[in-house]
Structure formats: structure tokens, C-alpha cells
Design a protein around this ligand. Structure first.
Ligand code: S3P
Length: 449
């Protein structure tokens, strides 16, 4: 069904975990349905935040189901260079917190492909009394950092960046002063960055957002014992608070679940169960959109773990109608738009995505990469500056397409390929390792031929 292909050799799916590298190609063949249960590695957004806060907390933070992705490994690598000791056994991680003060690194920190690592860690580094350089891969080196540089400089940090405010960054930290900041681009990474910096500032740092972004930073700070005030406009934190280590199991990543939920949606009669899935309301808008499209979804066993909602999701495939996604909804499902777009041609009425300019500055220009791949598979697509209009009731054909080094593009088009006619070869499909190294094996185990 799914065969990873590397250096011209066909490998069996079982070999994949051992051989998958970012440059591995994968062939996806059509499927007839999806059935089974899938447990997902821990949510990427929460994993980054727990690791960073664990590093500056007092005591040993013990985490289970830490994200398996390379991005969250980048965060751990940076923490080690900053003097934070940790041990890892698969998803189990024990982080020996150093308290607020980290150790000056002996070399620049490699953030890999991870925007979350460079942006959120910048907040903590702004409060350290040493200088740190941070860099990333080719994709990260193209991503805008002015959104964290401007407010961190207003707090008193000195920061230099590459051309156009892009990585590499050099952050000379020290004592910070609190600010009230209204984010011009609503971003959860920026909000967390500033709240983390706020721990090192005199006074109360407040961050306001015009569109509600994911609130894992606020929830995580509270889990680690900090007092965080929340208002409908944003959140604030008082400087000088001490964090205390936690023991937690990280809920399954709902953005990774999206690929399987959408794949199930492609085939009436499909049935999928996803236990221990993150149900945080700032992330679960996806489920409402999928219900609107025609999927049967129920959530049971809702529980709260360290302030985060977790539940078991059951999905039944139906016939897909259509949707227009705009405004706050677009922001709420920004990471899921590639896969929603990839299934759009198979819906009855198509999917229109509006207000999604941010997609142009993700791991790839996701408006362009989605449109290019859909067209390569024979679909009609209208590409707009801030969105896409993808008509429904289209048939896709298998083709040679590219991940463009973007994990979510690789996985989204593996889903599209399940209902195309013929085989699809996804070049550099191994990019999936950024958030979900086991993705192709997991999909292979669920699809019915
Ligand atoms: C994230 C926030 C979003 C999202 C990214 C993870 C986070 O980015 O796209 O994958 O964990 O805070 P922005 O903050 O740039 O909107």
C-alpha cells in the first residue's frame, strides 16, 4: 500500500522507521477505507512548552508521550546546550530543571526546522545575562522573526538578526522591564515568548491578541505553578515567579490526528478511534469543521490534565459537503489547512480558505505548495494572496509531487493520494519526521485495500 522509496530502492513499510530520512520518497497507492484505533504521540505545541518550562523550573519534570518529532528534539537539544540535563526513553523524558538561570552555551543553538523553538526560547533567552546565537535550517532561515524581536527589544533585550529580521538571531539578554503588547500578527508562539520573558521582567507583562490564539503557554505556566491572569483580550504574567516541576502525560497531537480524521472522511463507512487526544477548545475547532463537512464525530471520556482537555474521539466517514473557512476559524485550524485543502476536491461543494496570509510564511509557502500539488494531481485550484478556492466534485490522479521539505505538505498529500486514481510518489516525504516520524507506518496500518 505505502512503500517508502529511497535512493531508487523500494523498501517495505516495516523498514521505514529505521530508514526514513527527510529525503526519503514514498509511494502511496489508493485505498478503500480506514479502520482502527490510533494513539498519537504528544502534542507538539505542548511538548515544546513543557520542555522549556521544565528547563527553568525547580525540580525534575517527568513527561510521558513527549512528541516524537524532530522539532521537539530541537528544543531538547537547545536546552542541553543551555545546561539543562535530561534523559529520554522514547516518549518518556525526565528534565532536571535548573531554575530561572540557564548556562551560557559554548556554541550557537541549532533550532533545526522549528519556528516554535526559536521564537519561544527567545523569550527565555532574553531574560538570561549572557548572549546566545540561534540558527535553523534553510526553511527556518526564511521565516520572519521581527514579531518576537520588536517586543523583546521593547522589554530591554538586544537582538540582531539576519536580513529582513530572519534567523540567525543573536540575543543579548539581561534584566527586562514589563510591557503591554498588542500583537499586530496574532501568534501563539509570540504570546508564549513574551509571557516566558515576562517571568524575568519587573512588573506585569501583558499580551493582547485581536484573534484568540492557542493558549497552551498560559495553561502550561499555570501547570508549573505560575499565576497567569487571563482576560478576553489576552493574558498577563508577573515577573519573578518561581516555576515548580510537574509530572504529566502529554495528550495526543490533534494536528497530527487531522490527517487520519480527514483520511477517514474520504471513505463512507470508515471508522476510526483516537484515544487520549488533545481537546483544548483553541485547537478543537477542527472537529466542528469536520462535522460541518459531514463526518460523524463523537467525543467521550473527557478529562482535564494539567488544565488541558483530553478525550477519546470516534469518527465515521460520510459524504463530504463543503466549507468556507475564514477569520478566527482560519487562525484556529491554521496547521490543518493543508490537509483540509488536500481533501477539498473530493467534497461535493469544494472548500474555500480565506484570511490565511500566514500560510505563506510557514515551513513552506503553504498556499503555493498546496496549489502546486493539487494541480499536479489534476485538480482545478484558485490561488489567492491570502487563501485558496478549491472546487468540489473533482477526480484526482496519482502523480509525482513534492513535500517541499514541509512535514504537513507531505502528510496532507499522502491523504489526498488515498483517493486518487493510480500511484502517487511524494518526493522528500520523510519531512514528516519533523512532527510525526511514524506517520506512514501508522497510516499503512489503518488503510483498507
Ligand atoms: C504554534 C502556533 C502556530 C502554529 C505552529 C505552532 C504554537 O504558529 O502554526 O505550528 O505552538 O504556538 P503561530 O504562532 O506563528 O501562529
Amino acid at each position: 500500500m505505502l512503500v517508502p522509496k529511497q535512493a531508487g530502492l523500494l523498501l517495505t513499510a516495516k523498514c521505514q522507521l529505521l530508514f526514513m530520512s527527510k529525503s526519503s520518497n514514498v509511494i502511496v497507492r489508493p485505498a478503500k477505507g480506514l479502520k482502527g484505533t490510533i494513539s498519537l504521540p504528544g502534542d507538539k505545541s505542548i511538548s515544546h512548552r513543557y520542555a522549556m518550562l521544565g528547563g527553568i523550573a525547580e525540580g525534575a519534570t517527568k513527561l510521558e508521550n513527549y512528541s516524537a518529532g524532530a522539532d521537539c528534539a530541537s528544543t531538547l537539544g537547545c536546552l542541553r546546550s543551555l545546561g539543562v540535563e535530561w534523559t529520554r526513553d522514547g516518549g518518556k523524558i525526565v528534565i532536571q530543571g535548573r531554575g530561572a538561570k540557564l548556562q551560557a552555551p559554548s556554541a550557537p543553538l541549532d533550532c533545526g526546522n522549528s519556528g516554535s523553538t526559536i521564537r519561544m526560547l527567545s523569550g527565555i533567552l532574553a531574560g538570561q545575562d549572557f548572549s546566545t546565537e540561534l540558527f535553523g535550517d534553510e526553511s527556518l532561515s526564511r521565516r520572519p522573526m521581527a514579531r518576537v524581536i520588536t517586543p523583546l527589544e521593547a522589554m530591554g533585550a538586544k537582538i540582531t538578526a539576519g536580513n529582513g529580521g530572519r534567523p540567525p538571531l543573536k540575543i543579548s539578554g539581561g534584566h527586562l522591564k514589563a510591557i503591554s503588547y498588542n500583537m499586530p500578527v496574532p501568534s501563539a508562539q509570540v504570546k508564549s515568548c513574551l509571557l516566558f520573558a515576562g517571568l524575568y521582567a519587573d512588573g506585569e507583562t501583558a499580551v493582547e491578541e485581536s484573534i484568540r490564539t492557542r493558549d497552551h503557554g498560559e495553561i502550561a505556566l499555570r501547570a508549573f505553578g505560575a499565576e497567569v491572569k487571563r482576560t478576553p483580550q489576552g493574558a498577563s504574567v508577573r515577573g519573578g515567579q518561581t516555576l515548580k516541576a510537574i509530572e504529566a502525560r502529554i495528550p495526543g497531537d490533534i494536528s497530527s490526528a487531522a490527517f487520519f480524521l480527514c483520511a477517514a472522511g474520504l471513505f463512507p463507512g470508515s471508522q476510526l478511534v483516537v484515544p487520549n487526544l488533545l481537546m483544548n477548545p483553541t485547537r478543537a475547532r477542527l472537529l466542528d469543521i469536520l462535522i460541518g463537512l459531514g463526518l460523524g464525530i463523537s467525543v467521550t471520556q473527557l478529562e482535564e490534565h494539567h488544565g488541558e482537555l483530553v478525550g477519546t474521539v470516534q469518527v465515521e466517514g460520510g459524504s463530504l459537503k463543503g466549507a468556507t473557512i475564514s477569520g478566527a476559524d482560519t487562525a484556529a485550524v491554521i496547521d490543518e489547512i493543508p490537509v483540509l485543502s488536500a481533501i477539498a476536491p473530493y467534497t461535493r461543494d469544494g472548500i474555500e480558505i480565506r484570511d490565511a496570509k500566514e500560510l505563506r510564511v510557514k515551513e513552506s509557502d503553504r498556499i503555493a505548495t498546496v496549489a502546486t500539488n493539487l494541480r499536479a494531481m489534476g485538480a482545478e485550484v484558485e490561488e489567492r494572496e491570502d487563501g485558496l478556492k478549491i472546487p468540489g466534485t473533482q477526480k484526482l490522479r496519482g502523480a509525482e509531487i513534492d513535500s517541499f521539505g514541509d512535514h504537513r505538505i507531505a502528510m496532507a498529500f499522502a491523504v489526498a493520494a488515498l483517493r486518487a486514481s493510480g500511484e502517487t510518489l511524494i518526493r522528500d516525504a520523510g519531512a514528516a519526521v519533523i512532527s510525526f516520524p511514524g506517520f506512514f507506518d501508522s497510516l499503512d496500518a489503518l488503510v483498507e485495500r
